[in-house]
Design a binder for this molecule. Structure first.
Ligand code: ZN
Length: 299
């Protein structure tokens, strides 16, 4: 099997599209690389942020439900995202976040790396991690997540034995697993039973892992079935094809193909500039555009 299984994207819930756009583009300096709708609820945006080219592995995506109550991290979800910068850029980022009026905590040390903790406007915990080997650039890159599994041993077994993650360290209450191919890390919280996640703004909806092609997606789906899990059929998400599965610790995982990518419906040098709809929703464009919350501040 040609596997890869590093992170493809992470999807969050938020409650204000304008504020989501402002924070991730202006404060974190990511690029809006796709503006589309939630295919299952097309009166809500689906906003994708990432590097300029929208490469798999750099993507943070949001469903900004305008009426979403604030959620609370807890068991059965990722509790924090890690975003990596070169370690020598940490001072600049501390200054930049302070200028933006954002409260930060740290930097503290985790697995030998400096970690600056702050929250997005919806309460999502973000860890800015100074990581060796990260190229200097205008924005941080998705580097991993902290997982609050309700069954950490079973989650670890799946990640290590099925997905090729490697144990990469242990600290009180935390075990680090390195993604195959290196670079990204998942930290499994092992601090005992947690109250379950309360889904809502500021919580992580799912983590998606990369697979290189459709054959690999079919292969991992068969392995998930053999593992005793209950994956969805292969779904066409337009920019990738996906299988979702609830892992044994309650966290929603997705496996997503690298192809076809974001240039399938707009030029690669103009990603994120227009509202893109899948062909089956295109006939409803006028009604959808009327119902969508605006992406620019009122007035
Ligand atoms: Zn997804």
């Amino acid at each position: 099997m040609k596997q890869s299984f590093g992170l493809h994207h992470v999807t969050m819930l938020s409650s204000d599209p304008v504020e989501t756009l402002r924070f991730y583009c202006e404060v974190l300096r990511l690029h809006l690389v796709k503006r589309t709708v939630n295919f299952d609820a097309p009166d809500i945006h689906h906003l994708y942020f990432g590097d300029r080219d929208g490469r798999p592995g750099t993507l943070l995506t949001f469903f900004p439900f305008t009426d979403a109550a604030r959620g609370h991290a807890g068991g059965g979800a990722a509790a924090a995202l890690s975003l990596a910068i070169p370690a020598e850029a940490m001072e600049d980022w501390i200054l930049h976040l302070a200028e933006q009026g954002i409260d930060t905590f740290g930097p503290s040390q985790r697995f030998g790396e400096p970690v600056l903790r702050f929250e997005d406007p919806f309460g999502l915990a973000l860890d800015l991690v100074g990581r060796e080997g990260v190229a200097p650039g205008p924005h941080p890159v998705l580097a991993g997540a902290t997982l609050a599994s309700q069954a950490p041993d079973a989650t670890e077994a799946l990640l290590v034995r099925l997905m090729g993650y490697e144990p990469a360290g242990e600290e009180p209450g935390l075990r680090r697993l390195a993604a195959p191919g290196g670079g990204q890390t998942l930290d499994l919280a092992r601090g005992g039973a947690l109250p379950p996640v309360e889904p809502g703004a500021g919580t992580v909806h799912h983590l998606a892992f990369r697979v290189p092609d459709d054959a690999s997606l079919g292969a991992i789906r068969a392995e998930l079935l053999a593992w005793g899990l209950d994956p969805t059929p292969v779904l066409d998400r337009r920019y990738f094809r996906s299988v979702y599965v609830r892992e044994p610790g309650g966290i929603l995982f997705e496996f997503a193909t690298d192809p076809p990518g974001f240039a399938i419906d707009e030029p690669a040098d103009r990603l994120g500039t227009g509202l893109q709809l899948p062909p089956e929703l295109e006939p409803q464009r006028a009604a959808i555009e009327r119902r969508l919350a605006p992406l620019t501040p009122a007035g």
